[in-house]
Design a protein around this ligand. Structure first.
Ligand code: C5P
Length: 220
């Protein structure tokens, strides 16, 4: 049976970096579920499917041609219909649109099936918002990462600057807050810790410290 570790939390909580590092350390596969929502939002723009067209989005979610590869530094490369869309996938605009379409239940159930297919081999680290609550409720270890809004905005700011995006910290803090609120208050699969998740505040922790803490909780 594939061992599964779920890492959920709001944007900027550190889940992406920690999950990638954890997967590498354990030799497990990695699922960046947010990337699926982001790729769907890019596919929707390309095919002119508007964000309230649930039927069109569901069909795209079921059939979109996506592939993930890893670069030399272990970063994720995302291909949509054979085209490398990694940079576009990480922009704040794409995240915003992803969060809007993520509220549709039909989209979520179409992506649920695609996400579960990642659970093969020895182990999987699954990163997202509903990994421990909906996609892998029987996971072997569930982690819920949080951090203060200021710290999360600061991390996103740094990340976007490094990618060459021109953003203001104050505007970004507001965007991060609004996206979290939407993710936490939607009717389907809202962002909440699973009842059996271990909650970790990463505001004052380095990625390595978070990794060590998670490895200490691992009992398999
Ligand atoms: O994690 P990331 O910022 O890439 O996710 C983009 C958006 O996709 C989130 O704001 C959220 O609305 C949605 N998402 C989701 N469920 C997941 C992962 C992401 O609803 N498991």
């Amino acid at each position: 049976m594939t061992k599964i570790i779920t890492i959920d939390g709001p944007s900027g909580s550190g889940k992406g970096s920690v999950s990638r590092l954890l997967a590498k350390t354990l030799g497990f596969s990695y699922l960046d579920s947010g990337a699926l929502y982001r790729l769907l939002s890019i596919a929707a723009s390309r095919h002119q499917v508007v964000s309230n067209n649930q039927k069109g989005l569901k069909s795209l979610a079921e059939h979109m041609d996506i592939r993930f590869e890893t670069d030399d530094e272990g970063g994720l490369i995302a291909l949509l219909e054979g085209e490398d869309v990694t940079l576009e996938m990480r922009t704040e605009n794409t995240g915003e649109l992803a969060s809007k379409i993520a509220g549709h239940s039909d989209v979520r159930s179409a992506l649920l099936k695609r996400q579960r297919l990642f659970a093969t081999g020895e182990g999987l680290v699954a990163d997202g918002r509903d990994m421990g609550t909906v996609i892998f409720p029987a996971a072997d270890l569930k982690i819920y990462l949080t951090a203060s809004i200021d710290e999360r905005a600061r991390r996103r700011y740094k990340e976007l600057l490094e990618k060459g995006e021109d953003v203001s910290l104050r505007a970004l803090a507001e965007q991060v807050r609004a996206r979290d609120e939407r993710d936490m208050s939607r009717d389907v699969s809202p962002l909440v810790p699973a009842e059996d998740a271990i909650e970790l505040d990463t505001s004052n922790l380095s990625i390595e410290e978070v990794l060590e803490t998670i490895l200490d909780f691992k009992r398999f």
